[in-house]
Every structure is written in structure tokens, then in C-alpha cells.
Ligand binder design. Structure first.
Ligand code: 5GP
Length: 180
């Protein structure tokens, strides 16, 4: 397992601290409510698992699986629902939990889709935000870290299904890009 510390890097300690801060903010905002966290698979599963355990309010979980980039690092702009929610979200306070907002196309699509299902409220919580890459506007209410325009892996984020298990976030090296 590599532990390359050159280039952009977010350590395990920084991640833990920030997740606690986000959870505190969400707990304050949803006091007396029981939010439904909707994790976007697969990338958000680690972030969601850490976030929900830091919440001071009761919460429920559901998942949506959407098509990913496959083995390429550029988005096709196409969003395909591979697995829909298991329950209705009508009247629920829903928080979409995503690993990273890049062009915004995925979240824009999902936000609009879930809005049509009459939730009481709908917010977005993204672990990473690559703001300079945005093509469409999307309302991200909770953000873990602003990150540069680099292809990042770890903490749930993959490259061709690898590196999700890393406890930190780091850049993909050119050698790793070419290894696929
Ligand atoms: P968007 O639709 O905002 O362009 O893309 C969002 C999705 O693209 C994320 O959920 C993630 O799967 C993928 N993505 C965007 N940037 C990165 C990145 O730097 N690393 C990884 N592993 N995935 C990324």
C-alpha cells in the first residue's frame, strides 16, 4: 500500500476533525428532527458511515447508486440510476451525502429528481468540492473541504475501483493513471 505524501493530501486526522465539525453543524440544524441521509454509492459510503456516527440527532439511511466514470477520469455528463431508494421520501428531511462535487452534473440531476418526490426539505452534504470545475450550479449546503482540480482517491473515492480503502485523500500519480 503506497502512502505517497507528495502533491495534494488530506490526512486522516484532518478528515476526522472536519467530519466532527460537519456532524455538529448538521445536528444543530436538524435538532428535533430525524433526517434521512441518502448516500450516493459507491463513493460516499465511508464518509456517510463516519458522519452518521458523529451526529447527535437520530438519523436514517438509504442509498442511491449511480453510474460512475468507469475507468476514465473525465465525466461523460450522463447520470444513470443503477439502484433507486428503497423507501418513499415524501415529507422527510433529506440530506444527500456525496463524496465529491466536480462538474455538478450528478448532484444537479439527483437534487432535481429527489425534489419531485415531495421531501419536507432537501439539502446536500459533500465531502469534497472541486469548485473550479463546476459546469452547472448546484446548492451544496455542507462541504468538507475545497479541493484543487486534481484526480483524488481514498476515503471512499476510487480509480477503477481501487484505493477506496485509504484512510486519507491523495492525488492519483501519473504512473497509477497509466497502470490501467
Ligand atoms: P460530477 O457529476 O460533479 O462531475 O461528478 C461527481 C462524481 O465524479 C463523483 O461522485 C465521483 O464519483 C466522480 N469524481 C469527480 N472527481 C473525482 C476525483 O477527483 N476522484 C474520484 N475518485 N472521483 C471523482
Amino acid at each position: 500500500m503506497t502512502n505517497q505524501k507528495t502533491g495534494f493530501f488530506i490526512s486522516e486526522e484532518e478528515i476526522k476533525k472536519r467530519v466532527k465539525e460537519l456532524a455538529a453543524q448538521i445536528s444543530r440544524d436538524y435538532q428535533g428532527k430525524r433526517p434521512l441521509l441518502v448516500g450516493i454509492l459507491k463513493g460516499a459510503f465511508i464518509f456517510l458511515a463516519d458522519l452518521i456516527r458523529e451526529l447527535d440527532v437520530e438519523a436514517e439511511v438509504d442509498f442511491l447508486a449511480v453510474s460512475s466514470y468507469g475507468k476514465a477520469t473525465e465525466t461523460s455528463g450522463e447520470v444513470k440510476i443503477l439502484k433507486d431508494l428503497s423507501e418513499s421520501i415524501e415529507g422527510r428531511d433529506v440530506i444527500i451525502v456525496e463524496d465529491i462535487v466536480d462538474t455538478g452534473l450528478t448532484l444537479r440531476y439527483l437534487y432535481d429528481l429527489l425534489s419531485t418526490r415531495k421531501p419536507e426539505s432537501l439539502k446536500i452534504c459533500a465531502f469534497l468540492d472541486k469548485k473550479e470545475r463546476r459546469i452547472v450550479e448546484v446548492p451544496v449546503h455542507y462541504i468538507g473541504f475545497q479541493v484543487p482540480d486534481k484526480f483524488l482517491v481514498g476515503y471512499g473515492l476510487d480509480f477503477a475501483e481501487r484505493y477506496r480503502q485509504l484512510k486519507y485523500i491523495r492525488e492519483l500519480t501519473p504512473e497509477e493513471v497509466n497502470s490501467v
